[in-house]
Design a protein around this ligand. Sequence first.
Ligand SMILES: NC(=O)c1ccc[n+]([C@@H]2O[C@H](COP(=O)([O-])OP(=O)(O)OC[C@H]3O[C@@H](n4cnc5c(N)ncnc54)[C@H](O)[C@@H]3O)[C@@H](O)[C@H]2O)c1
Ligand SMILES: N[C@H](CO)Cc1c[nH]c[nH+]1
Ligand SMILES: [Zn+2]
Length: 433
Amino acid sequence: MLNIRRLSANAEGFREELDRLLAWETVSNGSVNDIVTEVVNNVRANGDAALLEYTAKFDRLTLKTGAELEIPKARLQEALERIPADQRDSLQLSADRVRAYHEKQIQNSWSYEEADGTMLGQQVTPLDSVGLYVPGGKAAYPSSVIMNAIPAKVAGVEKLIMVVPTPDGEVNDMVLAAAAICNVDAVFTLGGAQAVAALAYGTETVPAVDKIVGPGNIFVATAKRMVYGTVGIDMIAGPSEILVYCDGQTNPDWIAVDLFSQAEHDEDAQSILVTQDADFAEKVYESMNRLLPTMPRQEIIRKALDDRGAIIVVDNEEQAIEMINVIAPEHLELSVDDPKALLPKIRHAGAIFMGRYTAEAIGDYCAGPNHVLPTSRTARFSSPLGVYDFQKRSSLIMCSAEGANTLGKVAGILADGEGLQAHAMSARFRVTD
Ligand SMILES: NC(=O)c1ccc[n+]([C@@H]2O[C@H](COP(=O)([O-])OP(=O)(O)OC[C@H]3O[C@@H](n4cnc5c(N)ncnc54)[C@H](O)[C@@H]3O)[C@@H](O)[C@H]2O)c1
Ligand SMILES: N[C@H](CO)Cc1c[nH]c[nH+]1
Ligand SMILES: [Zn+2]
């Protein structure tokens, strides 16, 4: 039987128990920090030699030269041609839908002119180069290739460098095929903190990039935070999470497997059911126990559910919403009759899956929105990966002679107030009356 926590929101000590459940040391675990610091420093100092050492140690893949870390472009194309047609068509359909959705996110430059002819505005430009981290330790993620690469392409990024670990040298053809479909510029067989460090600092073989995006395990998340500042990062997208809120009217088997779907990613994943119907909670628990033995990844699912999962019974919808906003889940399923009515009350969630027919898994693969989402409650301040992560903005200021005359006087007074003489003089040189 599963040992998933079954909690009542009104029980004594519930809030403390919930806090313990949610506490996830995403990037602050001491021993992980030590390992990642050593890896990052070593890659920075020794380049390819360190990459070869860690790839042998952590991914059990022994390579002789840095050049072997790169997967040739011809192999990506071969993989695309080799995979079965239904896989190729599904990858293409997913890429098309993800592109169509992300094209709506493009931010454009703008400007306006004031009465005296002064022009002000904002110029939006794509980043020059980005590193795409595609996870590959416990599962292969062709879908993450699409979710990382397409928004970068839509934004107009010139250079896309992808890294993906290939533990024991096992290369996944669908991952390579997805890279071919997305027209990624280069792919390196690298994972973990060493891949992040290589992208941040560059090595003899791996080019340094301006920003690193993509999800990964605790080593990847910790390394991303460590190199931030040298490069940009998107967010901390760690172990997957799902919170299903159900009014008790959906098939319990559907809900059980929705909870499994994120638990199967990782022993550290988190799946939570919130419902006001105690009998339904029991039915979902029964479904989980019946269906678990049929799951090929049952060991990972069991550990994730026992260690970090929960079934929470609340009094009513209002209490459920309060719980959702506290947990700020990466994925929220609203398995109710009228999900649109709840929407205005949901303040924190990476992605919201609405209605009984919307399985979170559809969003993972092909709905269109991005599946790289903020985890560990960071949905309180972060958003899904999007085109905006690959664009930046420059302010535009162009003074007319009349504008320089007016604004020069104001700037002069403010600069005097700050005691900055050169600022004041520079502005006043353009004042004509
Ligand atoms: N939030 C999202 O959008 C999203 C999407 C897909 C996957 N995910 C999550 O990404 C994670 C992927 O994790 P993964 O492990 O499968 O792949 P990963 O590629 O993130 O990590 C594998 C790498 O970790 C390193 N590593 C493993 N053990 C190590 C150790 N003891 N010391 C140092 N380095 C070590 C190795 O270099 C290995 O290549 C999962 O938690 C999954 O839930 C999240
Ligand atoms: N659920 C993951 C994001 O947390 C994404 C994914 C990829 N493949 C399957 N699922
Ligand atoms: Zn998933």
